[in-house]
Design a binder for this molecule. Structure first.
Ligand SMILES: [Zn+2]
Length: 143
């Protein structure tokens, strides 16, 4: 996945493991490294759904990479403080997921998350219908 869609991240040290508790997935920068944690509740999820969730987190890391150390810290503080900023960030990340060609996987992830009882609003990213429409548009553009 990283090699296909995030070639610039190939040399990054990203550790992916089970272990998120509140969220289904999250990522965190640890010095020069990154960790992505995946909730055990996704163990039974289809591969596509997990890929959709991972694509979302990898797009966050990709966006982070463009920031310097201080900028990155400021962005994190803003993200935690401002819901508007969080929403803008999440929605931009999902547009990038679609642009990179992982829209179908993202849809599979949202469907599976719903089955687990998770509710997603605009603060979490695009709504299901928006992902669907933008993905259809992007797929046409690629034909
Ligand atoms: Zn996110």
């Amino acid at each position: 996945m990283v090699a296909r869609s995030f070639p610039r991240m190939r040399r990054l040290d990203i550790e992916i493991a089970w272990g998120a508790e509140e969220d289904l997935l999250y990522y965190a920068p640890l010095g020069a490294r990154y960790e992505i944690r995946v909730n055990e509740r996704l163990r039974g999820a289809p591969r596509r759904a997990i890929e959709g969730g991972l694509a979302h987190e990898l797009c966050h890391i990709e966006a982070d990479m463009r920031l310097g150390r201080v900028q990155k810290r400021l962005a994190w503080e803003r993200y935690l403080r401002s819901e508007r900023f969080e929403m803008r960030e999440e929605r931009a990340v999902e547009r990038r997921v679609i642009e990179l060609g992982w829209g179908a996987e993202l849809l599979a992830f949202v469907r599976y998350a719903r089955r687990l009882g998770c509710q997603f609003g605009r603060e979490n990213g695009l709504l299901y219908g928006e992902i669907w429409r933008e993905n259809a548009r992007a797929s046409f553009a690629r034909l």
